[in-house]
Design a protein around this ligand. Structure first.
Ligand SMILES: [Zn+2]
Length: 109
């Protein structure tokens, strides 16, 4: 799981010109880490979120994955873009699951 996390970071950091890595929260400028997040890294939750985001692309699992992300609450913040995309899905169940999960992730901040 941690290996997945580090690989995602490697890819994101390399391609980021300026911004925040969605996986570790580090500030990045031109591919270099320039600041660490003010909160302690929550790698276990982050690794779970990465796996669940991958599952959102699988028709068989995306409903369950959206619900699981909602249960993680604010720890699943990095899933917000992927879940937001599902708000436009043609399947009503998916739209409902995604919008419920987004509420859970954002409400407990
Ligand atoms: Zn990172």
């Amino acid at each position: 799981m941690v290996a997945v996390f580090q690989n995602q970071c490697k890819l994101v950091h390399k391609d980021l010109l300026a911004g925040t890595c969605p996986w570790c929260g580090c500030g990045i400028i031109n591919g270099q880490v320039v600041s660490w997040p003010p909160w302690p890294p929550r790698r276990v939750a982050a690794a779970r979120v990465i796996v669940l985001i991958g599952m959102l692309k699988d028709e068989n699992f995306r409903c369950a994955a959206a619900r699981a992300l909602g249960k993680l609450g604010p720890d699943a913040k990095s899933a917000i873009p992927a879940l937001s995309e599902l708000l436009n899905d043609k399947d009503e169940d998916i739209r409902k699951a995604a919008s419920h999960a987004l509420k859970k992730i954002q409400e407990e901040n």
